[in-house]
Structure formats: C-alpha cells, structure tokens
Design a protein. Structure first.
Length: 185
C-alpha cells in the first residue's frame, strides 16, 4: 500500500470514527482541515469574517457529519459547506474582496504551464488583478489552483455544471491576461 492510499484510508477511518460520535475524532478532523477552510475563506473575506465563518462551517460539519453518506467525498462536502457559508456571508454584507496576500513559496506557481499565465514576481500585482475579478471567477481560480480540485469537483462544490466551471476558468484567465498589472501575459 502506497503512502497516498494509506493517507486516504486513515482519513476514511477518522471520518467514520467522527460519525460514530467520537469527540477526539472530530477534534483531529478539525485540526487536519481547519487550514484548508480558513485559507479558502480568508482569500475571499477579511480575516475577522473568515474566522467567524470558519466557526460556523465547523459547527455545521459537527452537526451534519452523521449525514455524510460516504467518507470518500468528505473534502468536497466540506468545501461545499465552506463555499455556501462564504456566499451567504457575502450576500448579507454585499462586499466581495480578496484581502489577504497570496501565500506562495518563491518556487511555487499559482498557474500551470497549460494556461500560459505566469505569476508575477510581485504578488501585490496579482492581488490587485484578483480583486478586479468577480466573485465567481475568484472562487473557481481558488478551488482549481490552490485547492487543486478538478472541474467536476468544483462543479459539485458550486452546484453547477462542469461546463460552467470551465467557462468561468477560461473567462477568469482571459480577464487576468487583459489586466495591465500582469505584464508577463
């Protein structure tokens, strides 16, 4: 058994333990995935709102994890809850901003070679360009490039078709290419 399969099996067992009511299992699950949910939320919201929404997300996970039919879909299910909580908050506050700096290692690339888009050396430029995108375009970029979800997985998180996800990705890339702040495009 390779390490990836072992990790998946460990996660499935942890989810089953949590579904059976284990508080220590939930705490371990929370500690394993809180970074994922917070990174997504803080990319769309200011830090204080992201912390508040994260609490709501994990409360909902705690309340509804027994309804999760398959441990295989946990990450997608978690991101659906996170996405819906962020959208609900944004609908209430009517503000959409990308507020935190993008945290990438110097040798890490946000966009892959297939897109032809390079990350500028100045992440502030990328931050400015991302702020000019609509919420729908920001979220597909975040899920696709940062969370490394497939188009099908993103479609499930956003409750839309894979074609819609592909269209949003294409349009977001086009908008980034047209943005004057990203000169390398």
């Amino acid at each position: 058994m390779d390490s990836k399969a072992a990790t998946r099996l460990k996660l499935q067992l942890l989810i089953l333990r949590t579904q059976s009511g284990s508080e220590s299992g939930f705490k371990e699950l929370f500690n394993s995935f809180k970074g994922l949910t917070f990174k997504y939320l803080s990319s769309l919201l200011n830090e204080a709102d992201a912390q508040d929404i994260q609490q709501l997300v994990w409360l909902k996970v705690y309340q509804q994890i027994s309804n999760l039919s398959s441990p295989f879909g946990f990450t997608r299910w978690l991101m659906q809850i996170t996405h819906r909580a962020a959208v609900d908050h944004l609908n209430k506050s009517k503000k959409v901003t990308l507020v935190n700096d993008i945290e990438l290692e110097s040798n890490e690339s946000l966009f892959d070679d297939e897109t032809g888009i390079e990350v500028p050396h100045d992440f502030e430029q990328l931050h400015i360009a991302m702020n000019k995108l609509s919420f729908e375009h920001k979220e597909v970029l975040l899920l696709f490039y940062w969370q490394e979800f497939s188009c099908v997985e993103i479609a499930q998180v956003l409750s839309c078709s894979p074609g819609t996800v592909k269209s949003r990705l294409f349009n977001a890339r086009q908008q980034l290419q047209r943005t004057k702040t990203i000169r390398s495009l």
